[in-house]
Design a protein around this ligand. Sequence first.
Ligand code: ADE
Length: 222
Amino acid sequence: MRIDAVTIFPDYFSPLKLSLLGKAQESQLVSFGIHDLRSFATNVHNQVDDTPYGGGAGMVMMPEIWGAALDPLMTVDSDLIILTPAGKRFDQPMAQSLSNASHLVFACGRYEGIDDRVRQHYLSQGFRVHEVSIGDYVLGGGEVASLVMIEAITRLIPGVLGNPGSLAEESHNQEGYLEYPNYTKPQQWRGISVPEILLSGNHGEIAKWRDAQAKARGEKNL
Ligand code: ADE
């Protein structure tokens, strides 16, 4: 998968070289391009935003600069993701569906967001455009939201996770419940024992116990 992100803060994306994502790049399962929106600015102050038509607080990111940054990235294989708190809520099914894409382009808005004509334009040109929110709260911009999405999406690409069994267990749980509590060594810690059933070697009973524990933790949005 190829992932491009356009941002005025490219440094936000430095964690991409860490951990699983770093390894995924080394093994060429994923490649990243991080693009500085400001390098497409045309005035002497490298301005990327302006006051909103109709008035109101804050600034809006200008469409020409976004167009100049996105045009060279978009192809028939691209899905454009515009991060905004007003977008569709990101969840596991969306991560699953986007993990099958071949090229994701993340447009990280700041301030009051990106002039809506950017979305309208790429939609009208036949591109797949998604406005996405990672939750009902307002961040300073789309960078952290992009990182959240990138991590959730790329770990679903075959080969990215060291142990593919982890994915199989998650998909087993995808019908509404998330994880049961987990334990490792030592068997006793600060007076608390690992539940007996987990030491029994009875896999059928262990699976039943885990299901019950997961249900007791409550329903999740998976
Ligand atoms: N930009 C600001 N807040 C956001 C959110 N919750 N999700 C995605 N992008 C955002």
